[in-house]
Design a protein around this ligand. Structure first.
Ligand SMILES: [Zn+2]
Length: 182
């Protein structure tokens, strides 16, 4: 189950740059300590911190154990306060099925949660919510386009489509027969 499938809107415990936390540059989510975290998109691991234990609030610059990933869309994603970090070498290529760590309570954190951040190409945090919304349902089938769009249809939609097609063909055929007799 790719990120953020273990997380739903209901699990969001803190938003991006809220009135209450104007310097909070990510979104906090909680599904329980130890929940496996997956990358939001495929990419390359470019930063990682491990070895922080709970209560060491300054460890990892306050983010505790973390993973940072570069994505081909030019953005970075950041996962903080992890309990554990997967043993992945630098520049390791991950996809949305690669476990990168587990939800935890390391660094400046009160209670297990994932601090999830999206950064632009300059490394500046931007609002992750639009991306998070886009990724919710990421383990559903990707939306097909063009010729293959039919692959994403439900059976009912497919049957309806075929039925309409059949009626159109029938009408055309019927019409051409009339013309022959006409
Ligand atoms: Zn946070």
């Amino acid at each position: 189950m790719p990120f953020p499938k273990p997380y739903t809107k209901a699990n969001i415990t803190s938003g991006y740059l809220t009135a209450h936390r104007p310097n909070h540059t990510g979104i906090d989510m909680s599904k329980g300590k130890g929940t496996v975290i997956y990358p939001i998109w495929a990419g390359k691991v470019i930063g990682m911190n491990e070895g922080c234990r709970e209560g060491e609030t300054k460890c990892g610059g306050g983010y505790g154990n973390y993973v940072k990933i570069w994505h081909p869309n030019g953005l970075y994603s950041f996962y903080g306060h992890l309990e554990s970090v997967s043993k992945l070498p630098a520049n390791f290529e991950v996809d949305t099925n690669t476990p990168i760590g587990t939800e935890g309570n390391t660094g400046q954190s009160e209670g297990a949660h994932l601090h999830f951040e999206i950064q632009n190409a300059q490394g500046q945090p931007i609002d992750p919510m639009p991306y998070l919304k886009g990724a919710v349902g990421a383990d559903d089938k990707p939306k097909a386009t063009g010729l293959f769009a039919f692959m994403s249809l439900t059976p009912l939609q497919l049957i309806t489509g075929v039925a309409i097609f059949a009626v159109v063909i029938f009408l055309l055929f019927n019409n051409s027969k009339k013309n022959n007799y006409g």
